[in-house]
Each structure stands twice: as structure tokens, then as C-alpha cells.
Design a protein around this ligand. Structure first.
Ligand code: SF4
Length: 307
């Protein structure tokens, strides 16, 4: 038996205490200009026998858990996905929730029969990167999907799974900020994801964006909050809205002053908008007094946060 366990290098924060099972390595798209996650990983499907071996050893590497996450990016294209999930579920019947990353394009193109098989095997939730509902922005960042794909994928995914759409504030820069925010909210209204999780654009090393994005187009703290506000205002459907990532935080030299906003829409919309208004007022007061409010990009440049 191999001692080695093949850990997926990334998982969503909400899967922090999940068993992690790597069934593909890397990303089969790997072209989004902002993403450096799998740049040095060649994509391939791991052999079923090795995956089964990892599953058998899970309790040697993880504390007991009732949730499991399947990696890396887009594992639902693995030729043995149904069998692997079924085995995981049978081996550890106490697992209540199995989740996976998935590409919107893949889900949009997958037939209902296959999605239903994957669901019946035990997969419960998909984590999908929408990033923007604006076609211009999606094209700028080479996401390889359109807003229409995201609506189709959302409608399909909803029939079988819970699903998250991740979105990125600042992805359209200053110029496309409003269009990006409004069109993203529109796609959310049509796709109706169970969760919307927000990340703020943070330029990372070794990405195409690091070389090509004009840093003067990055949103400042006030613009980041205004964009977030436009998105929340635009969402009319039921969804859980979460800023569960440090990239949403705003800081002064003394520490964080804003931790993002969270709540169930539409019920918590008023509360969220009030929180954003309070944060906007605070930022304006601080900046007026000469105190610079730092975004995730400033903090990363200073070496205080690592994403
Ligand atoms: S954002 Fe997702 S789809 Fe795009 S390159 Fe990164 S892992 Fe692949």
C-alpha cells in the first residue's frame, strides 16, 4: 500500500473540515487570466485504483467528518465519477454531503441523465466559478463561458444539486464596474444559485492578469463597496449571499475594518445594504482624514495576506 495520499491543493473555505479526495489533477481549462491555481499542474484523470486506495486510507489522514470534497477543478468529467462517489458513500455511510468544483461549461453541456446519475451516486453540491455575468468581462478574462452558459448550467444544476456561483468584484476594473455588477446580478436572478460567494479581484503572481492588467484600473475601497452594493441591490431571487473570504476585507494600518457582508436574500437585503452603507461612510470618513483604506490588492502587495 502507498503511504502517499494525494491531497487536492485547493478547496473552498466551506470545505475546511471535509475529507478531501483528489480524482483529477489540475484544471482542464486552465486559461482564466486571473487564476494561478493549477498553472504548474498538468491536467489528468487519476486512475480509479489509486483513488480507491486513497479513499480506503482517508481516516489515517483526516479527523472524522460528515462531509467530503472532490478535487481538483472539474472532477465531474472523470470517466469513473459515478463509481468513485458511490464507493466513497458506501465506504463511509456517515458522510452526509459530498461536493465538488465544476465548470459551468461542463454542466451546461452535460445531459440530465448523467447529472442525475452523479446525484444518485451521492454528490450533493457543486462549486462553480461564474466570476461575472457580463459577457465582455468574461471574454476579457478568458473564462471560456458566456452568461448564457451560466444560465443554462444554473437551470440544469438546480434540478439535481445545491450549487454555489462564485463571483469576483473588481473583475471588470473601474470602467466596467457597473455593467459587471448589474449583469452579474441578472445572471444570478436567472440561474438561481443556492449560494453566491464573493471574492475580490486580487492579482496573483504567475498569471496572465499580472502581466496584462492595468493596476490603475483596480477598484479602491469605496469602489469595491459600491460594486458590491449594486450586486446586492440587483439580486431579486432567494439565495445565500456570502463574502466568506479574506479578499473581501478592507483594512487600515491598524487592522481590518470591514469583513464582508453575509445573509439570506431577499430577507436580509435591507440589513446587508445598511451594513454596506455604514462601511461606505466609514471609508469616506477615514480617507477624508488622510487614512488610506487598504484592499486585498494593497495587502497582498505589502505581503500581509497570501491568497
Ligand atoms: S478559475 Fe477555474 S476554470 Fe479558470 S483556470 Fe482557474 S481552476 Fe480553471
Amino acid at each position: 500500500m502507498r503511504i502517499f495520499y494525494d491531497f487536492p491543493p485547493f478547496r473552498p473555505p466551506s470545505e475546511a473540515s471535509s475529507y478531501l479526495v483528489r480524482i483529477v489533477r489540475g484544471c482542464n481549462w486552465n486559461k482564466c487570466s486571473f487564476c494561478g491555481m493549477y498553472k504548474s499542474t498538468k491536467f489528468y484523470q487519476r486512475k480509479k485504483e489509486e483513488i480507491i486506495e486513497d479513499i480506503n486510507k482517508i481516516k489515517l489522514f483526516f479527523p472524522p467528518s460528515r462531509t467530503a470534497f472532490i478535487g481538483d477543478s472539474n472532477p465531474i468529467i472523470h470517466r469513473d465519477i459515478v463509481e468513485i462517489i458511490r464507493y466513497l458513500k458506501e465506504r463511509y455511510p456517515e458522510i452526509e454531503r459530498i461536493t465538488a468544483y465544476a465548470r459551468i461549461k461542463t454542466v451546461a453541456n452535460m445531459n440530465d441523465e448523467k447529472l442525475s446519475e452523479i446525484k444518485n451516486a451521492g454528490l450533493k453540491r457543486l462549486h462553480m466559478g461564474l466570476e461575472s455575468g457580463c459577457n465582455e468581462v468574461l471574454e476579457d478574462v478568458n473564462k471560456g463561458i458566456t452568461a448564457e452558459d451560466a444560465i443554462i448550467a444554473g437551470k440544469k444544476a438546480r434540478k439535481f444539486f445545491e450549487f454555489t456561483y462564485y463571483i469576483i468584484t473588481g473583475l471588470g476594473g473601474k470602467e466596467k464596474s457597473e455593467m459587471h455588477a448589474k449583469e452579474t446580478a441578472e445572471v444570478i436572478n436567472k440561474a438561481k444559485p443556492t449560494f453566491v460567494r464573493v471574492r475580490n479581484l486580487t492579482i496573483v503572481e504567475n498569471t496572465l492578469m499580472e502581466k496584462t492588467f492595468d493596476r490603475t484600473a483596480l477598484l479602491n475601497a469605496e469602489q469595491q463597496l459600491l460594486e458590491l452594493k449594486t450586486i446586492v441591490e440587483g439580486i431579486k431571487v432567494e439565495t445565500e449571499f456570502l463574502c466568506d473570504h479574506v479578499s473581501n476585507y478592507l483594512f487600515t494600518k491598524d487592522g481590518p475594518i470591514f469583513f464582508g457582508v453575509n445573509g439570506k436574500l431577499p430577507n436580509d437585503k435591507k440589513k446587508i445594504l445598511e451594513e454596506l452603507e455604514d462601511a461606505l461612510n466609514l471609508v469616506r470618513i477615514l480617507e477624508k482624514s488622510g487614512e488610506k483604506v487598504l484592499t486585498s490588492n494593497d495587502m497582498r502587495k505589502l505581503g500581509y495576506i497570501n491568497l
